[in-house]
Design a protein. Sequence first.
Length: 229
Amino acid sequence: MGYVQQRTESRLRSNVDGGSTGMNCVFVVDDEPSMRASLSSLFRSVNLRVELFASAQEFLNHKRGDSPSCLVLDIRLPGVSGLDFQAQLQKAGIRIPIVFMTGHGDIPMSVRAMKAGAIDFLAKPFRDQDMLDAVAAALRRDEAAREAERSTRELRHSFEQLTAREQEVMKLVTSGLLNKQIASKLGLSEITIKIHRSRAMKKMKAGSLPELVRMSESLGVHPPKGDEP
C-alpha cells in the first residue's frame, strides 16, 4: 500500500460517520420532473445537498463546488445518452463518480457503464435503499480521491521545500544506496550525507526510511538512470 493511500485511509477512518454528510452533494440529471423531485426528497431526507438538472448541458453549465459529490444520471437524456455523457466527462477530465439509472437498461449498457467506472447501474423502479447505498459508495469514493489528491499536493509541496542537494540525497537514499555509497557518488563526506538525509526526512515529516521510500514512490521521485544501486 502506497503512502498516499495509507494516509488517505487513516484520515477517512478518523471522520465520524455522517460528520461531513451535510457538505456532500448529489447532482441529479434526469429529464423527468417527477423523478428529480422524488430523488431530491430522498437525498434531503438523509441530509445530503441536492442539485437538479433536466439535461447534461445544464449540468455542464453549472459551476460545481469543491465538496465531495457524485452524479446520479439517467441513461436516456435529451440530446445525449448518459453513456455518451459519461465518456464526455472523462475526456474533459471531470472526475465524478456516477450512479446510472434507467427504465430501459440491458446487460450491454450496464457492462459498458461499469467498465467505464460507474459505481452502480439501477433499473427503475429501484428501492430507495439501493439508491442510497449506491450514492453513499459514490461519495466515499469521491472523498477518498479528493483526500488522496490533497495528500499528494502536500507531499509535493514538502519535497519542493528541500534544497537541490537534499532532493538529490533523498532520491539516492530511497533508491537503496547506503550513506557511504552516496558520499562516494557525490564526492561528499559521509557525515554530510547524514545531515542532508536527516534534514530531508524532517522536512518531509518522515518518521522512518520505509516511510520516506513510500513518499518517494507516491511522488514518482527517482534518481537519474545509472545512479540506482
